[in-house]
Ligand binder design. Sequence first.
Ligand code: HEM
Length: 176
Amino acid sequence: MKSLDLQILVSFHLLFAAVFVGSNVFLDFLLTPRLDLIPPGQAARLGDKLGTDFAWLNWIALLGSPLSGLLLLWRLGTFSSLADPSFYVTGYGAALLSMMTIWLTLMVTAAILTFYLRPRVVVKLPYDATRQQVEGSRTNAMDYAKWMKRLARYNVIASSIVIFIGGFLRFGGFPF
Ligand code: HEM
């Protein structure tokens, strides 16, 4: 099947996938390991500002992929199969289910990162904070930062797997 609207929809789907995987790989493998090359104060400020831009970009990609994906399904005439349980035991249905399930987990990690962990890592103490408050918040923030790193690594691995699943879907799904 070849038509302009389908080609444009696939292009958008690929663009969202590329933005998500690419930005996560850049952040996790390139930027984060090199942040210790700049003074801690500047690194914290960069992390704060960049983290917000990064969260916006990730959310746009995460919401754009199901939008373009579901439109693709509808355009391919497969949308109604989503309600049929036997669809998911076909090679195509199983591959699509894996793609959607991993996407759902990426939404969960993105929500935890944006709304739970990030606000706790970027702690703003009052000017008259005591030494204990400073020390305590630093240890907590370090624990949360560790979790942010773990989830960021999960995002890279899981979204890369989705790209491979996309490769299978392109030619009819998993080989069974
Ligand atoms: C609910 C979420 C999603 C839905 C409903 C969805 C749906 C689809 C559909 C219908 C296709 C076309 C299959 C075909 O050609 O027959 C596809 C392909 C693809 N998807 Fe997704 N997708 C979702 C999420 C994602 C995510 C999060 C990524 C990557 C991070 C991704 C990456 C890809 C790739 C690389 C392809 C291959 C495109 C091609 O060359 O045909 N998808 N997806």
